[in-house]
Design a protein around this ligand. Structure first.
Ligand code: APR
Ligand code: MG
Length: 278
């Protein structure tokens, strides 16, 4: 029997942790966002900015060389590491230990990048969020699922979910396949949609915030940054996923009277993260 829980303000307040007055950036968590490829550096910009705005102390991005100037100029608060390749990532190497890693926004699926993800998953023990092309690469080679450590958060949109779990004929079948997948691979699935549902083995959490204004390019990349940020701040994995999804939806509810459905863009999510926390 599946346990179903609505995520409303009361559930969120049980999970939210106020930062300590004496905290400093070194203990607010250091997050790493890995992604980007030629023409998709914006996805990493959005994700890393959202990561900072969700409260972690430090954010580093790992991107192909072509994104270096873009990132440094557009988000001065973010530190930038680059791959040896100009247009895609070929090897995830970094010389520090982040508290959480988000992989996938704008990543692309070059063969070199597929190999790099494979090598990385073999040894990674750091809390991880996998999104977008990170998931698409795994869908192409399902053996990679055996390398994904327990409690990894995956954030598929409906097409990415289908590539992972296969087609479904009804909403019930989709849920039962997703629940089995979550149990089998011990992953937390953020099933993005309207509404977004979070699946953690036995339990299904249904989010109550958000609206159709979110149906615009880059809002998924922003969500990845937000969940990675909360993981880096030592939230329990399930709480990071729940709180991230709730706050992300709430930004759209807050902004809607000003932007309407049509002119809301992913940067408006980022701009309203502060109000969502308040
Ligand atoms: N109501 C509520 N929320 C919605 C709605 C809606 N009608 N439509 C979309 N959303 C939310 C989803 O729940 C999710 O959080 O907006 C977000 C969209 O995320 P993605 O589908 O991942 O979109 P995004 O990643 O921003 O779009 C560009 O698409 O195919 C991918 O990987 C590709 O990164 C690229 C991306
Ligand atoms: Mg996406």
């Amino acid at each position: 029997m599946t346990n179903s829980i609505y995520i409303d303000q009361e559930e969120i307040l049980k999970r939210y942790k106020q930062p300590d007055k004496k905290t400093h950036k070194g203990i607010q968590g250091h997050a790493l966002i890995i992604g980007g490829s030629y023409g998709k550096i914006g996805a990493v910009s959005l994700s890393s900015k959202a990561c900072l705005k969700t409260g972690c102390g430090l954010v580093t991005v790992f991107i192909p060389k072509c994104g270096y100037d873009i990132l440094q100029i557009s988000i001065p608060e973010v530190m930038v590491l680059t791959d040896i390749q100009e247009e895609m990532i070929s090897n995830f190497t970094f010389d520090f230990t982040p508290q959480a890693i988000g992989i996938g926004p704008g990543l692309g699926q070059a063969v070199e990048t597929q190999n790099a993800l494979h090598q990385f998953l073999k040894t990674n023990t750091i809390p991880l969020v996998i999104d977008a092309d990170g998931l698409n690469i795994i869908s192409k080679n399902k053996k990679l699922l055996d390398l994904v450590q327990p409690k990894t958060v995956i954030t598929p949109h409906p097409k990415e979910l289908e590539r992972l779990i296969g087609k479904w004929d009804s909403e019930e079948e989709k849920m039962s396949k997703a629940i089995s997948f979550s149990k089998q691979h011990q992953v937390i699935i953020v099933m993005k949609g309207a509404p977004t549902r979070i699946i953690d083995g036995e339990s299904v959490y249904e989010n109550t915030t958000g609206n159709a204004a979110l149906a615009t390019a880059g809002t998924g990349d922003v969500l990845t940054g937000m969940i990675t940020s909360l993981l880096a701040q030592s939230y329990e994995t399930i709480d990071a996923a729940i709180l991230g999804v709730y706050l992300h939806g709430l930004t759209a509810d807050i902004a809607l009277p000003e932007t309407g459905y049509q002119s809301f863009i992913a940067s408006d999510v980022i701009a309203n993260i502060g109000k969502a926390f308040l």
